[in-house]
Design a protein around this ligand. Sequence first.
Ligand SMILES: [Zn+2]
Length: 161
Amino acid sequence: MIIVPRVGIGYDSHRFGPGGPMRLGGIDIPAEFHCAGHSDGDAICHAVTDAILGAAALGDIGQLFPDTDPANKGKDSTVMLLAAMDRIVSAGLRVGNVDVTVITQLPKIGPHREAIRVRLAELLAVDVSAVFVKGKTNEGMGWIGRGEGLAVMCTATLIPR
Ligand SMILES: [Zn+2]
């Protein structure tokens, strides 16, 4: 039987606020600034959550965790990702792989790549070989180039359990 994976895409962006560390991919990265947001601002977890929910056609992170809900203030984004995982598992699916690109001038993602991969693999219940994370600068252009914030893109595949 040929298994056709379901493909999802996720995108997120956050403005930087003063003071670190920066929560990204479920780990704390030393930085002079952090991703401001209603939750903990973890843009990688948000993009991954949207990618897997999208692949399953089970909604999006804003529907599951409205930023108008005071209960979501300062929320640990790994909790949101795990809630999305529960939905995917209930739908008879599991993660095939995820591929993440972080677009930011700072902090450098490379030195933290492996730690983020390990953490995401744990959250997504996959082998670390099924998770990849890349950092890109925006070549100094625009709001990302000026260091006003960062953006994250993610693709994910889901396969039957
Ligand atoms: Zn976000």
